[in-house]
Design a protein around this ligand. Sequence first.
Ligand code: FES
Ligand SMILES: [Fe+2]
Length: 370
Amino acid sequence: MSQSEMRQSRVDPAIYTDPEIYRGECQAIEDDAWNYLGLVSDLPARNSFLTVSVARRSVIVQNFADGIKVFDNVCGHRACRIRSEPKGSGPIRCPYHSWTFGSDGAPIAIPNNDECFGINDDNRSQFSLNAWRVELCGRFVFAKRRNGGGNLRDYLSDFFAPLEQMSNAIGEEVASDTWEFDANWKICIENTLDEYHANFVHPTTFRNLLSSGFQYEYAGRHSGVVTRATDEALARWRKIDRMIGDRPIANENYQHVIAFPLTTFASTFGATFSIQAFTPLTPTRTRFTSRLFLTEGVSSAQVKAVLGDSAATFNRQVFSEDKEVCELMQLGIAEGSGRVVTGKYEQRIRHFQETMAVFCAEAALKTGRT
Ligand code: FES
Ligand SMILES: [Fe+2]
């Protein structure tokens, strides 16, 4: 059966509610996925840092002289959480007993070391922060907790190049929003992969923007869709487009990509970019952060304001409407029989669900879980 046809399937409601399944999914994501953490430009100077959640884990992303490093946000002394601020600048110093950690994660300053610990260069690395593998896709920073497996380019597969291009086209950040939905994280992700609902749930935004000529792409664990804007949207857009001037990506499309499993990247006309990063908080609650950027190359303050304001208003309208349906989905699917049917414009949901099942099974095998 092709991906474009109707498919009836059974979905165990427990995968949207069960704490054990939630824990297994989070562990697989934390350990085995390459997770997007931020932009290189979020770390503009030596010792700039971000504190980012990856599923249930908190990680430190820090700019050192020898590159961007990522560590578990857990002290090598007695396991205190080190960082609480979402971003800032300064050495990695634990707030409890002031141990300070260097770019390799090992402690470089330990108060009262000689009389209390006697830690020296021979054993220093035993007390290191746990380091993640870090790789870049253009200006996007990704990290993976477990050693082994392929590199980021292999992981992102055919989406590496378009995401790299997108990362290099991103300019000024014009809005950042955090939302929490009372829904399992997969319901939230599946909603972003659902083109079918756009006309009904988003009558004042996506309905006016998207034509129905969806082109779907699949590579590795990821999927994307490209659609041309409606003629009415393009007529309005071209008036603004003329005022923007040259930009790195210029088209008349809406494009959306999921970097499996927790991050989506979207572009409207190559003029605005939206990055949404999802955090599964509990089996039935999810936080996501949405960051909105203008393209590089917009110099006019007036155009910046018009474009930024209209895109931010569009996104907030969409998020409030999606919150409502995601929370209703959570209520229904938890009570339902598990019988569902999906159609042509929900095909990315099927791909995500199938991918997630295989990903978790493979991760469980690696850790000996069943
Ligand atoms: S727990 Fe971090 S320095 Fe003691
Ligand atoms: Fe939506």
